[in-house]
Every structure is written in structure tokens, then in C-alpha cells.
Write a protein that binds this ligand. Structure first.
Ligand SMILES: Cc1ncc(COP(=O)(O)O)c(C=O)c1O
Length: 260
């Protein structure tokens, strides 16, 4: 965390709390959250990393605000939503409960260019910057508000037609123009690897880290945070061992998704 907090682009809110023993009578949500935090901490230990350097993003798609509230009350401070409309409704509902701490909202699903304005209204970070047109739209909107926005570039590691993102081949050249955008700040790379089984995900995480390292070695990217948003319920421990700074966890935290 020290490294993240020290970075001027980091807006805070995602700090991982120290893992405390649970108090007797803790809510089921608090227990689930603590269990995930323990697993994050153990993966960090194995990799010799500071567990405070990994931000837990609760992937809250399809979970109603009422189901999220106890997690927020227990200290979950970052929620990741896939859709603008769904996020808006939940933000309103959670904000109306003044007892709850403030949440930082991240967009983790694809965005249409005509929804850039809404994205700026709702999110402090976009993990799913998947094409140049959306980068331009977000930068324009952020400039209009004079409010910078953090974004991860999504990489389609397996070059799967069903997935979004920049191709790994030629990534540096494709991203070069994005580095010059004044208001959209590229903070790292994100990926959803091809799914086979959890063990098979590790080489893909390593690949994303190598792409990050390659970018970081180029003069135009010197000084960028180079964060890695990778790892979900089934594979977040491997992702952390391979360098994830942000893990997006849904079902392991909140249970099965509620609707399709
Ligand atoms: C982009 C993204 N990241 C993470 C997740 C969380 O997945 P899981 O429930 O496997 O943790 C989802 C789920 O919808 C997602 O769309």
C-alpha cells in the first residue's frame, strides 16, 4: 500500500485494512470479508509481498444494494460494477444510508462511448478501457469537468473474439497515443484470462505482468504506476502471487450472482 498511497494518482479509499481477528457475533458478511482478506494476506506472504499493496474490489454485479450494505459496513471500501444503470441505482441506495462508510466505485465492465458522461458521474476508476475510442471519449469528458480519471487498459490476452480489449501484440504502439491524454490517466493493465481452470490462469497473469514490465521499460511510460487488475474468485491467489495490485472478487465474497 505504501507504494500505492505514495503515488499522486492514487485517490484512496481502497486501502486494505489490517486483518483483525473477528469479534464474536460478527456478521456473516464480515466473516466472509475477513476470510477473503486472510486468503489475500496468505498469497501475499507466499509471494513476499505486503498485503496492503493489494486492493480488493468487490465485483458486485447483480447483487442488490441491501446485500452489499453489510460488506460495506464491515469495511469493504471498493465496489466494481459492470453496468452504468445498475451502478447508479445501487450508489443512490447505499448513499442514502448515512451510517455506511463511503465507497469508491470502479467500472469493471465494457462501456459504450455515448455513456462516457455517466461513467465520470459514477466511477473514480475504469478497469475496462478496451479501445481507443472509449479512451478519447473518457478523456474529453474528464477534460470538460477538469477532473482526471484513472483507467486500466484491458488486454485480450487470449485474443478471444468473445472478449474485449487491446491485442497483446503491438500493445506498446497501440497505447502510445493514450499516454498523451491529459485527463485520462493510464494506471495499469487489466485482463480476464481465457477460462479453463484456476491453475491454468497463472501463465496468463504472468503474461500480463510481462506486458506491464515491457511498457514500463519504455521512456514514454516511465513513472506510470503499472498496476495490475487481475484475478477473480477462482484464481485471485495465483494472480496475487504473479503481481496483481487489484483483485476483482464477486462470487467468493457475495455468493452466487442473483440474476443472469
Ligand atoms: C470484469 C469482471 N471481473 C471480476 C468479476 C468477478 O467474478 P467472480 O464472481 O468469478 O469473482 C466479474 C464478474 O462478473 C467481472 O465481470
Amino acid at each position: 500500500m505504501r507504494q500505492l498511497q505514495a503515488h499522486p494518482l492514487y485517490r484512496g479509499g481502497g486501502e486494505l485494512d489490517h486483518v483483525e481477528p473477528m469479534e464474536p457475533g460478527a456478521s456473516p458478511a464480515a466473516e466472509r470479508l475477513a476470510a477473503i482478506r486472510r486468503r489475500i494476506a496468505a498469497a501475499c506472504d507466499r509471494a513476499g509481498r505486503d498485503s496492503a499493496a493489494v486492493i480488493l474490489v468487490g465485483a458486485s454485479k447483480t447483487q442488490p444494494a441491501a446485500a452489499l450494505a453489510p460488506f460495506v459496513a464491515a469495511g469493504l471500501s471498493v465496489l466494481g460494477e459492470n453496468r452504468v444503470q445498475e451502478a447508479l441505482a445501487k450508489q443512490r441506495e447505499l448513499a442514502a444510508d448515512h451510517r455506511l462508510p463511503r465507497v469508491e466505485w470502479h467500472l469493471i465492465g465494457p462501456l459504450q462511448t455515448n455513456k462516457a458522461r455517466h461513467a465520470l458521474d459514477l466511477f473514480s476508476c475504469v478497469h475496462s478501457l478496451d479501445r481507443p475510442a472509449i479512451a478519447a471519449a473518457l478523456d474529453r469528458e474528464a477534460a470538460r469537468r477538469d477532473a482526471p480519471l484513472n483507467a486500466f487498459v484491458e488486454v485480450n490476452l487470449g485474443e478471444e473474439p468473445s472478449k474485449h480489449g487491446f491485442a497483446p501484440a503491438g500493445l506498446a504502439a497501440a497505447l502510445r497515443p493514450l499516454r498523451d491524454l491529459a485527463y485520462l490517466r493510464i494506471v495499469g493493465l487489466m485482463a480476464i484470462p481465457p477460462y479453463t481452470d484456476a491453475a491454468a490462469a497463472r501463465p496468463w497473469f504472468r503474461r500480463l505482468r510481462e506486458l506491464r514490465d515491457d511498457l514500463g521499460s519504455r521512456p514514454e511510460w516511465s513513472g506510470w504506476p503499472g498496476w495490475l487488475s487481475m484475478g477473480m474468485s477462482d484464481d485471485f491467489e495465483a494472480a496475487i502471487e504473479e503481481g496483481a495490485t487489484h483483485v476483482r472478487i464477486g462470487t467468493a465474497l457475495f455468493g452466487p450472482r442473483r440474476t443472469p
